[in-house]
Ligand binder design. Structure first.
Ligand SMILES: NC(=O)c1ccc[n+]([C@@H]2O[C@H](COP(=O)([O-])OP(=O)(O)OC[C@H]3O[C@@H](n4cnc5c(N)ncnc54)[C@H](OP(=O)(O)O)[C@@H]3O)[C@@H](O)[C@H]2O)c1
Length: 324
């Protein structure tokens, strides 16, 4: 088969469309013929050499895909999946390829009303957003949630999901166009972080019960100041660095909690539990139309380098798809 290989750590030009060995199915895996995959910030970090694949994972980038089941590995018979099934999948790597081996617990059906290619935009954001807003963050109807980077792949999904749960949604983004798109998706409070202090705005709005943060170090103090009593900060990205000082006095006084998670490093059984939660609680919202995939553009898989350039410029809103 062909796949996009990272020939050495570096810029987008190190991504090479190459002939590589076909995947070998392990216990409990199925083979998926990939129709589309999507670009994630983590792929950029992996390309730069800052986010190596966990042990046992494919060396090729790609954390999600859609496609068709073409083979069942040992122990995958009786899993409910059959050759010919259209699927989308959460991956630990290997989506930038013509074929990928997927543990059965990480497969999802294509939601009704979504086409096979668009479905590649959903698994990583749905699993990340649901696990962090619901399982970790305990978001409930009527609470206020602040989503940083509202125009990102993660952000555009989080806004729609939180709105569908009945939460009041606040977002930050770096342009008025992205904020307008977030309002269309259901955000009520929108802050251009280049021109306005989000902490002051959130405090004027009564504070956030929960923050989904992609910045890490650079936003830690401002995030703690933006939370209301019993507020929770869930950090899922370190785009603003991994180190910062923390004011524990502020945490004591407001009974705050801070958690940080990555989906990719979770054990297979935890990923399967998250996928199953998404199927039960998120897929009905997609099928009912409350959540739609937000696709900025679709490029050929062999032009992955161009897709990485777009992502690094942050010119996109929502997901960038790569098709065969
Ligand atoms: N922990 C996990 O399991 C997990 C899973 C998936 C993703 N993530 C993380 O989630 C983040 C988003 O991922 P993605 O794939 O959705 O990336 P993406 O689409 O490239 O989004 C990144 C966004 O950050 C915005 N941004 C940059 N500086 C900002 C700032 N100071 N304040 C607010 N927003 C800012 C950018 O746009 P503007 O500056 O134009 O607003 C851009 O929209 C990444 O950090 C990624 O690593 C974590």
């Amino acid at each position: 088969m062909h796949a996009i290989r990272i020939t050495e750590p570096g810029g987008p030009e190190v991504l090479s469309w190459s002939e590589v060995p076909d995947p070998v199915l392990q216990e409990g895996e199925v083979l998926v013929d990939v129709a589309a995959t999507a670009v994630n910030r983590a792929d950029v970090a992996q390309r730069l050499g800052n986010y190596p694949p966990p042990s046992g994972a494919s060396e090729y980038p790609g954390l999600e895909c859609s496609g068709t089941v073409t083979g069942l590995g040992p122990g995958a018979e009786g899993s409910g999946w059959s050759v010919g099934d259209p699927v989308c999948a959460l991956l630990t790597g290997g989506g930038y390829a013509e074929q990928v081996a997927v543990p059965v617990g990480q497969l999802l059906p294509i939601p009704k009303g979504v086409d096979l290619v668009e479905a590649a935009a959903l698994p990583e954001v749905a699993c990340t957003v649901w696990s962090n807003l619901v399982m970790v963050g305990g978001l409930r109807c009527g609470q206020t949630v602040l989503v940083h980077g509202g125009g990102s792949g993660i952000g555009t999904f989080a806004v729609q999901f939180a709105r569908a749960l009945g939460a009041r949604v606040a977002v930050t983004a770096g342009s008025d166009e992205k904020l307008e798109r977030c309002r269309e998706l259901g955000a009520e409070i929108t802050v251009n972080y280049r021109t306005e202090d989000f902490t002051e705005r959130l405090r004027a709005e009564g504070g956030a019960d929960l923050i989904l943060d992609i910045m890490g170090g650079s936003y830690l103090d401002a995030n703690l100041r933006s939370l209301t009593t019993n507020g929770r900060l869930v950090i899922i990205g370190l785009m603003g660095g991994r180190r910062s000082e923390i004011d524990l006095g502020r945490m004591l006084a407001k009974r705050l909690s801070v958690q940080a998670t990555t989906l990719r490093s979770r054990p297979e059984a935890e990923k399967a539990a998250i996928v199953s939660g998404v199927l039960e609680q998120v897929w009905p919202l997609v099928e009912g139309g409350a959540i739609r995939p937000v696709v900025d553009r679709t490029l050929p898989l062999r032009d992955a380098a161009e897709a990485h350039r777009v992502m690094e410029s942050s010119a996109h809103t929502g997901k960038i798809l790569l098709t065969r």
